[in-house]
Each structure stands twice: as structure tokens, then as C-alpha cells.
Design a protein around this ligand. Structure first.
Ligand code: MG
Length: 406
């Protein structure tokens, strides 16, 4: 923090007063004033400061803080504490704004934005819109049309009447003003003991400074209650999380031997030979089994179904895939998709693709659009090209609960 007088003379940059002296009783004092509470790993006020200090049109920034919050403010603002001027605020928001404006006098800024520290989601576009609407004798107020139907409550707690919402707006901050007129208005209100203005646009209206309404932002909410802080924290935390999505691949080959059909992706296809193997030698399903096991580090198909074990002789490979899918689910995983490529010169896979997709959809218990079966020849090259066997490659993606740890 430094004194305003150390700053160079004013340029066309826009000055800012951030009001942060409130006690935030509504947000629950147990955790301290709301502007210093943590959202998304940083203090509310730290985000607010960032929004202004990173904006190219912003010049000097004054923050009105509570007399007891000096250390709290420096800790929350971090390195930004040296880029702003902290002044002790008053007992009301209005008084804190006035003291903040007074601290800017030596800068003689042409324009000033006045903002609540508890609106950390103010964005550059909103700041731009507000600044653009400030004129020599005109203020600017971001606001949103009231969407809810308005009711006036009777003394008996009944809905007395429906109030027309036509033309009604909910005011936000930052509110922007020509500097000297808004300072004069605040000084005049102070001298007259008028202390019941709830925002600066109200003071401007009272002082006959016209205020232009510009579109506010639905994101630019004021954090008022403890639940607002919790929701803001959740919103920021979910934006920065790394969902635990894992991908596994598998590869398998089986050689041909005399026979009359092959089993590929669970479908028996008539052919002049069969695939040799301990089970039904379904290369597609074997590759897929490995891909699924890979997503949870559960070894490979041989770990779970040793070829030496006679019980798997002639077994339908569906058993292997279903076992791998069960292991995935037991770890909380949800299979997002499976993709299998069969590499062979013959038989033709195309006519059986639908049946294979159907079979895999039932086997993995996922929808058909999450399954892909592709086939390619090997252009007569290598062992596949010489029709000595069939190869398969599989990829599976699984979403696991929680986030990827740092
Ligand atoms: Mg195999």
C-alpha cells in the first residue's frame, strides 16, 4: 500500500473505488467479512481486484477497507496490495465511497468507477460497457431487467398486490461517473446529513446527474449470504477441476487354422477357416478386454484368464469382456465408449457390423452410439496380408469418480 500522492498525475485512465469496509453480517461473521472469504482457492476481494487491475483502461484503484482489516486485506490481495491504495472506510457504504473518492482527488481522474468488493465476477466487457457510457455530465449504471413477478406483502403476510415490473431494473456495480460531479454530490450529501442512499446512482439522481443504464451481467452477482459464497466456491472449483477420464488400448492377434467360421466381436461369421486359440479366439473382444483392464491398471487378459487354465477352453470371449467391465464398474468407472478396429483381408466385416454393435452394446451396457466397429485390410502386406491370421486394436474410455489428483 502507498499514499496517493506518490502516483503520477492523472491521464485518461479510469479510477476505481472498491468498497470493502462492510462486515458482511448476512454472510455469517464466523468466517470473517465475506470479501475475505475463499472462493475457488482465493479471497473474494482478490478476484475483484484482479478484474480491475488487469483491465487496460483502469488507472488508480482505491480500496476502502475496515480499520481492523489491514492485515486481512494485505494477505488476501497478495502482490496486488502494492498496486492499490487502501484507505479506511466509514461506518456506512456511502461514507466509505466518499472517503475513497477523497483519496483520489490528487489524481484528478476524469472518470471513476465505484464497485462493491463482494461482486468478484465483474468482467472486462461489463467494465468496458460502463466506461463507454460515462460522459462529462452523465453517469452509467449496469442493471438487469427484473425477471421475477413482483408482489407487495400485506401486514398479514399475504400477497397484497402484483407490482408491475415494467421498466424495473436491478442495479449492479461498477457504477461509473464523471469524477468531480460525483465527488461533489457525495460531499453535499455528507454536509446535509443525507446518509440513506443505497448506491451511488441514487446520489447522482439526487444531485441531478443523469445516469445511463447499460446491460449488466447475470454472472455479476453480489455475494451476500453464506450460501452465495458456497455457490461461488463450487462454481469456480468445478471450472478448474480435472475429471478423471482414462483411456486404455488393447491389441490381439490370432492365427487361422482349418475350420468353418470365425467369431469376431461376439458374432459368428461363416468362413473357410477358423481362428486358433484356447477360447473362441475372438480377437476383437480380447483386444477390448485389455483396453478396459488398462483403464484401471488391472493387468491384461492373461492375468485374469490364463491360457493354461482348462476352464477357458472354447470359452465365449464375452465372459472376458464382461469380467473387465465388472472390474471397471466396481471401481466406480463408467464406460464412455469403445472402439475396435479389425484388421483382416477376409472375411468381410461390413455385413456384420450392425450385429457386432448390438452385441457389444448389450455386453458393455452402453448405447450403440458409444460403440464403434471398424475394419480394414492390411493391403496384402505382412501376416494379415498373407491371410495367416486376424489382428484387432481396441480403445476404451472410462470416466472414474472424482478428479485427477495434482
Ligand atoms: Mg487373444
Amino acid at each position: 500500500m502507498r499514499h496517493v500522492s506518490e502516483k503520477p498525475a492523472a491521464d485518461d485512465k479510469v479510477a476505481v473505488v472498491i468498497v470493502a469496509a462492510g462486515r458482511g453480517a448476512r454472510a455469517g461473521q464466523a468466517n470473517g467479512p465475506k470479501q475475505y472469504q475463499q472462493i475457488g482457492g482465493g479471497a473474494v476481494i482478490a478476484r475483484t481486484l484482479d478484474a480491475f487491475l488487469t483491465h487496460p483502461k483502469i488507472g488508480p484503484v482505491v480500496v476502502a477497507i475496515h480499520a481492523e482489516d489491514g492485515a486481512l486485506f494485505r494477505r488476501a490481495a497478495g502482490a496486488n496490495a502494492d498496486r492499490v491504495v487502501a484507505v479506511i472506510g466509514g461506518t456506512s457504504r456511502q461514507e466509505s465511497v466518499r472517503l475513497g473518492l477523497l483519496a483520489l482527488r490528487s489524481h484528478a481522474p476524469g472518470r471513476v468507477l465505484i464497485h462493491d468488493a463482494a461482486r468478484p465476477f465483474v468482467d472486462a466487457e461489463l467494465i468496458d460497457r460502463t466506461i463507454a457510457a460515462i460522459e462529462e455530465r452523465q453517469g452509467a449504471l449496469p442493471a438487469l431487467p427484473v425477471a421475477d413477478t413482483l408482489k407487495r406483502e400485506t401486514a398479514e403476510g399475504m400477497s397484497g398486490e402484483t407490482v408491475s415490473r415494467a421498466g424495473l431494473h436491478a442495479a449492479q456495480t461498477p457504477q461509473g461517473f464523471p469524477f468531480w460531479p460525483i465527488l461533489a454530490a457525495h460531499e453535499k450529501a455528507h454536509q446535509l446529513g443525507k446518509a440513506d442512499f443505497t448506491d451511488d446512482a441514487a446520489i447522482a439522481e439526487w444531485a441531478h446527474i443523469p445516469v445511463k443504464i447499460v446491460p449488466g451481467s447475470p454472472d455479476n452477482v453480489k455475494l451476500t449470504w453464506a450460501r452465495d459464497i458456497a455457490m461461488a466456491d463450487q462454481r469456480l472449483s468445478s471450472a478448474s477441476r480435472f475429471p478423471d477420464i482414462r483411456t486404455g488400448n488393447g491389441y490381439d492377434v490370432h492365427a487361422f487354422e482349418p475350420g468353418d467360421h470365425v467369431t469376431l466381436c461376439g458374432v459368428a461369421i461363416p468362413h473357410d477357416r477358423k481362428l486358433s486359440g484356447h477360447s473362441d479366439a475372438d480377437v476383437g473382444l480380447h483386444a477390448l478386454t485389455d483396453a478396459l483392464l488398462a483403464t484401471c491398471g488391472a493387468g491384461d487378459i492373461g492375468t485374469h484368464f490364463p491360457p493354461s487354465d482348462p476352464q477357458w477352453k472354447g470359452a465365449a470371449s464375452r465372459i472376458f469382456v464382461e469380467h473387465a467391465a465388472k472390474l471397471v464398474r466396481e471401481r466406480g468407472g463408467r464406460i464412455a465408449n469403445a472402439d475396435i478396429t479389425l484388421v483382416c483381408e477376409a472375411p468381410r466385416v461390413g455385413p456384420h457390423r450392425e450385429a457386432m454393435t448390438e452385441t457389444l452394446s448389450a455386453m458393455l451396457r452402453i448405447s450403440r452410439d458409444r460403440i464403434s466397429i471398424k475394419a480394414t485390410t492390411n493391403e496384402k502386406l505382412g501376416f494379415v496380408g498373407r491371410e495367416e491370421g486376424i489382428a484387432a486394436i481396441a480403445t476404451a474410455s472410462v470416466v472414474f469418480p472424482g478428479d485427477v489428483p495434482e
